[in-house]
Ligand binder design. Structure first.
Ligand code: KIV
Ligand code: ZN
Length: 396
């Protein structure tokens, strides 16, 4: 019998806020520029799939970015709309002008705090600390919801990072984002850094800590999940992992990892995962960045099987070689690809799907011809099989 006095399992889990930056950090990838209408379309899909916060652009960067952020802010139904601003009053004012139309607006302001980044504006540590205090205060006077990021946090000296995070909190930041700007950190460090900030910085328990990882060493997803273990409750990510250089944390990866491995990571997100494939395809189409075939979750081969042993297993019990159901990410079915590694059971099943029911002897004969064909072709398509059945030829 269900115990109605206990919250449902999901209600016992901590919520992780999903902050999508496809339209800001994603669009910063060289060559990924999107048109105004394309940005609006992607923002609509992000809102529909349950993304909590959409970083819609960098309003001071161009008139086009300003218009896109303003329009997205006006149209958003549920998501908070965020714009990016450097630690400069003019940037923050322009950002506010764009996001203020949203039901729930956020200003995200940042400055590079590591030694390499401090050298660029040529500020001393004290001067930078003062700038952070002043700009966060200014943003907070405009908007109740302010996110602050120390860019290159993972290469910033611990004492200075702790100091400036405390200043930003005191000045009114409501979310503190810890970016691994160059994808340098490792999972154990990612968790420790957030844990230590929460434990040691005065006021840390009054704000949400976010993680923002880049994928230069292929560790963005692992680092984001480790940061959640350390206490972060906002993950910043992009569809298909689009983003500068090797990209950002992929939204579909962290969301599905939390869904599939809820047994060891007891956190929920508000994402409707069945909308993942559609938005992945739209982002690939509008950005011009094709998704690699073996990309986790959304790659063409992520739910495809060719080898005989795998296909046979899949036909008997899908859990033998799949840890997620294709339907959970918005696909209609697993794809059993017919090729030279396919076995008799898969061929029989595929032919039945195409309307051909064969006896054992007939199947034996067709299987020999299928293998001859498969040796010549990388992939045997439905039309090839139909031709094989009708004429006894390969159709290629
Ligand atoms: O990677 C980064 O540091 C950024 C900041 C602007 C948050 O994208
Ligand atoms: Zn970034």
């Amino acid at each position: 019998m269900t115990d109605t006095t206990r919250p449902a399992p999901d209600a016992q889990k901590d919520k992780v806020v999903i902050f999508d930056t496809t339209l800001r950090d994603g669009e910063q990838s060289p060559g990924a520029t999107m048109t105004h209408d394309e940005k609006l379309e992607i923002a609509g899909l992000l809102d529909e799939m349950g993304v909590d916060i959409i970083e819609a652009g960098f309003p001071i960067a161009s008139e086009g970015d300003f218009r896109a952020v303003s329009e997205i802010a006006k149209n958003a139904k549920n998501a908070t709309i965020c714009g990016l601003a450097r630690a400069v009053y003019a940037d923050i004012d322009r950002c506010w002008e764009a996001v203020k139309h949203a039901k729930s607006p956020r200003i995200h302001t940042f400055i590079g705090t590591s030694p390499l980044h401090r050298a660029i504006p040529n500020l001393t540590m004290d001067e930078m600390a003062e700038r952070i205090h002043d700009t966060v205060t200014h943003a907070r006077n405009l908007c109740d919801n302010v996110q602050w990021s120390p860019m290159d946090a993972t290469r910033t000296e611990w004492d200075y990072l702790a100091r400036v995070v405390e200043i930003a909190i005191k000045a009114g930041a409501t979310t503190i984002n810890i970016p691994d700007t160059v994808g340098y950190t490792a999972p154990v460090e990612s968790a420790d850094l957030i844990r230590r900030l929460i434990a040691e910085v005065p006021g840390a328990d009054e704000v949400i800590f976010a993680t923002h990882c880049h994928n230069d060493l292929g560790m963005a997803t692992a680092n984001s999940l480790a940061a959640v273990e350390g206490g972060a409750r906002q993950i910043e990510c992009t569809i298909n992992g689009l983003g500068e250089r090797a990209g950002n944390t992929a939204l579909e990866e962290v969301v599905m990892a939390l869904k599939v491995r809820g047994d060891i990571m007891p956190y929920t997100t508000g994402i409707d995962t069945t909308k993942i494939m559609n938005i992945s395809r739209r982002v690939a189409a509008v950005s011009g960045f094709a998704v690699q075939y073996n990309k986790a979750i959304v790659g063409k081969n992520a739910f495809a099987h060719e080898s005989g042993i795998h296909q046979d297993g899949m036909l008997k019990n899908a859990e033998t070689f799949e840890i997620m159901r294709p339907e959970d990410v918005g696909l209609s079915a697993t794809n059993l690809v017919m090729g030279k590694h396919s076995g008799r059971a898969a061929l029989r099943s595929k032919l039945e799907e195409l309307g051909f029911t064969l006896g054992d002897n007939e199947l034996k004969d067709v299987f020999v011809r299928f293998k001859e064909l498969a040796d010549r072709k990388k992939e045997v398509y439905d039309d090839d099989l139909i031709a094989l059945m009708r004429t006894g030829s390969s159709g290629d």
